[in-house]
Design a protein around this ligand. Structure first.
Ligand SMILES: [Zn+2]
Ligand SMILES: [Zn+2]
Length: 401
């Protein structure tokens, strides 16, 4: 089936131009003016913007094992609604994705979904930080390795993991939090410093998860200037909110790392704009109501797939800090690059037809009842965001409208 998206403002890597886009055999086959194609389904893009599908490198689908929070199916639907056509799912499920046998439990489910799901395997067996997984055995199935939720404290083991990952050229995604400094903000930067030093030693590609403090950013910036092979992400809550927003003790403002000070929020925002941070990921971490009742006892984590685009657009584009091309870079192009995924993240002839049609000026209030994720723990409930995903195409197929 052919699809022809007419007259949308196409967000390219370096400019925005009104064009028609023809989709054939799951790929973008033509980009031009006044395209006509027999037997194609017409989509009117007039007045709207067409962007590359968003790529979220940090998602917890909770499947297998925690199906009351989310499933591969509900997570994929939430992603499609948010314009996320590709995502990486973390390994801290039950069982942990630390072997081919456990991976099979996930593989069956992933195959059924229409979005692209790139699984991440654990670095250590059962995330215990004691014994490495079999990197080689998993290399044909997964796109990254991460003990997300935990930092690999044993430096010797972490170094060995980087050496293994380097051999197969698959990145390590590091949850940086020094376990012995948990209540201290420096917990993050100390773990990042250690990660950078090991990365320098092994030359393994390492991606740093959910960066939230100004000290962390200083270290990442210095490391990049030294040529260390690292990339880094932050999440919308770290540039939209501060610890003051959590003062109401709403459990939906409880996540790990926690919300930080005003200076940290500003540093995160600047680091996105100057390229120190490469992309925005959600760390989508669904929890059922039962575990989000009271701030003290609530589990860490917030959902994010359905608000990723709107929050990023509101904060960076509508506040006149950057262009739409830059938004596409941090939500689509850079994430695909970090994970070594070819033909995704940009609107170019020959690229996969993972596209979103968005209304950048549509404002809406985030409401609990509108989330299609199985969990509703969003810190943005009640906030007005500007920019809405109208249609999501993945591999040329319309998967959300
Ligand atoms: Zn984490
Ligand atoms: Zn996470």
């Amino acid at each position: 089936m052919k699809v022809l998206i007419k007259n949308s403002n196409v967000v390219f890597d370096d400019c925005v131009k009104k064009k028609d886009i023809l989709i054939e055999n799951k790929k973008i086959s033509k980009i031009g003016e006044s395209l006509n194609e027999k037997d194609s389904v017409l989509v009117n893009g007039d007045g709207f913007f067409c962007m590359p599908g968003f790529f979220d490198v940090h998602v917890h689908l909770r499947d297998p094992g925690f199906l009351e929070k989310e499933t591969v199916e509900t997570g994929a639907k939430a992603a499609a609604k948010g314009g996320v056509t590709s995502l990486c799912c973390m390994a801290n499920t039950k069982p942990v994705i630390d072997s081919l046998e456990h991976f099979k439990l996930l593989e069956e489910k992933i195959k059924k979904e229409k979005i692209n799901i790139f699984p991440i395997a654990a670095i250590t067996k059962n995330l215990e930080g004691k014994e490495l997984v079999n990197f080689k055995e998993l290399s044909s199935k997964v796109f990254g390795f991460s003990d997300d939720g935990f930092f690999v404290e044993n430096s010797k083991l972490f170094k060995k993991a980087m050496e293994e990952a380097k051999k197969i050229n698959i990145p390590i995604l590091s949850h940086c939090e020094d376990t012995f400094l948990l209540d201290d903000e420096a917990s993050e930067s100390v773990a990042i410093a250690k990660t950078i030093a090991l990365c320098l030693l092994t030359n393994c590609p390492v991606h740093i998860c959910h960066v939230s403090t100004k000290d962390s950013i200083m270290l990442i910036k210095a490391a990049k200037e030294m040529g260390v092979k690292i990339t880094a992400e932050t999440a919308p809550h770290y540039f939209m909110l501060t610890e003051e927003d959590a003062k109401g003790k709403d459990p939906n403002f409880k996540m790990n790392p926690p919300l930080r000070k005003k200076e940290d929020r500003a540093a995160v925002e600047n680091a996105i704009l100057d390229g120190t941070l490469d992309c925005i990921a959600t760390d989508h971490a669904p929890h059922e109501k039962e575990n989000k009742k009271d701030f003290k006892t609530a589990l860490n984590g917030v959902i994010g797939l359905e608000t990723l685009f709107s929050s990023t657009l509101t904060n960076f584009y509508h506040n006149k800090k950057t262009s739409l091309s830059f938004i596409a870079k941090i939500l689509s192009k850079n994430p695909a690059k970090i994970l070594n995924i070819k033909n995704k993240g940009e609107i170019e002839i020959g690229y996969d037809a993972d596209l979103v049609l968005v209304d950048i000026n549509k404002s809406f209030e985030v409401k609990e009842k509108d989330f299609i994720s199985k969990s509703k723990n969003s810190p943005f409930i009640g906030k007005v965001l500007k920019g809405k995903v109208l249609k999501t195409f993945c591999g040329g197929e319309l998967i959300h409208e």
